[in-house]
Write a protein that binds this ligand. Structure first.
Ligand code: NAP
Length: 324
């Protein structure tokens, strides 16, 4: 006869044994997954990446690697911390190391132009490159910021800029790319404002020279961002300044002047800015810099791989990381 005590011992033994087996299986599974990922890097792996300084904050490796994995492409995307004085040699290394593509971010977007073999007409006009393709040793520079902005506006925001009136704050690199893309996409009126008026004027003159009378262009003082008259005549208000990047940054717009039917876009992507929070509180339609980031990244991905980027996968990878 088996005693009750023995039955209980045997049951506990089996349970412990099973639990241990499950633990081993889970660990093995995890190890297999990471070794599977590692084994994907082989002699044929193609390298893409980003040059920035600093670059540690970059979110691009996350969504590019997720996109490569989803499409089963033997590519890897890496961050490269490139000091300004080493930019030239870093660009030359794209060719010598046979890297297929590179993103370029602050502070290299303008400085990189002289080191490239060819520059797309768009990047030339904007005066900045955010994507390089290495085509059989020839380095071609592109700028996907403007088109990324427009794609996100249309596809994610459901807003077609054609025939619309736009107020754009800022006259730095982002504003150049966005203003160019907006006019190309048929906006009716563009009002510019920048803290440093002379930089705003330089952008205005640049756009007038390229587009002549394709769009009604004007420049107002930065303080006019709080003009209810301007607000009443615009459909889209864009923050392309760095305001909102740092905690404690001042609010951008006096809350009371925002009309109820305006579309808000804030290109700052490292946090949910007070401007976006205001738009949300006011139940206005809005998009943030992460939307632009994903779509400009998707266009870079397509330049390097000649394949349609899995935008939803890229967005999901970003959301997953940011929710941690
Ligand atoms: P940038 O070339 O350095 O230009 C900065 C702009 O912000 C200038 O117009 C500058 O005005 C203005 N500004 C800075 N601090 C200000 C302040 N305290 N008050 C008023 N204006 C101020 O930079 P950028 O490349 O255009 O980038 C601007 C923002 O866009 C950054 O937050 C960047 O991260 C973001 N961005 C996002 C994406 C994306 O994919 N989401 C892509 C590119 C850039 P002054 O001329 O008076 O200095």
């Amino acid at each position: 006869m088996i005693s009750i005590k023995k039955v209980v011992w045997y049951r506990n033994f089996l349970f412990r044994h099973r639990a241990a087996k499950i633990c081993v299986l889970i660990e093995l599974n995890g190890a297999m997954k990471s070794s599977e990922q590692l084994s994907k890097i082989d002699g044929k792996t193609k390298i893409a990446g980003v040059f920035g300084y600093p670059v540690e904050h970059s979110l691009s490796p996350l969504f590019h690697n997720a996109a490569f994995a989803r499409l089963g492409l033997n590519f890897v995307y890496l961050p490269f911390s490139v000091k300004p004085e080493e930019l030239k040699i870093a660009v030359e290394s794209i060719r010598s190391l046979n890297i297929v593509g590179m993103n370029v971010t602050i502070p290299h977007k303008e400085k990189v132009l002289p080191y490239l073999d060819e520059i797309s007409p768009e990047a030339k006009v904007i005066g900045a490159v955010n994507t390089i393709r290495n085509k059989e040793g020839k380095l071609i520079g592109y700028n996907t910021d403007g088109d990324g902005f427009i794609e996100s506006l249309k596809k994610q925001g459901g807003f077609d800029p054609k025939g619309k009136n736009v107020f754009l704050l800022g006259s730095g690199g982002a504003a150049y790319a966005i203003s160019f893309a907006l006019i190309k996409n048929g906006i009716k009126k563009l009002i510019l404002a920048n803290r440093t008026y002379s930089r705003g004027r330089a952008l205005l003159e640049h756009l007038k020279k390229i587009f002549q009378d394709k769009c009604q262009l004007s420049l107002v003082e930065f303080i006019e961002k709080n003009s209810s008259f301007i607000m009443s005549e615009i459909d889209l208000l864009i923050n392309a300044t760095s305001i909102g990047m740092h905690s404690g940054d001042p609010g951008l717009i006096a809350p009371e002047i925002l009309p109820p039917n305006i579309f808000i876009y804030d290109v700052v992507y490292n946090r949910k800015t007070p401007f976006l929070k205001l738009a949300e509180e006011r139940k206005l339609a809005f998009l943030g810099g992460l939307d632009m980031l994903v779509y400009q990244g998707a266009l870079s991905f397509e330049i390097w791989t000649d394949q349609k980027a899995p935008v939803e996968v890229m967005k999901k990878a970003l959301r997953r990381e940011l929710s941690k």
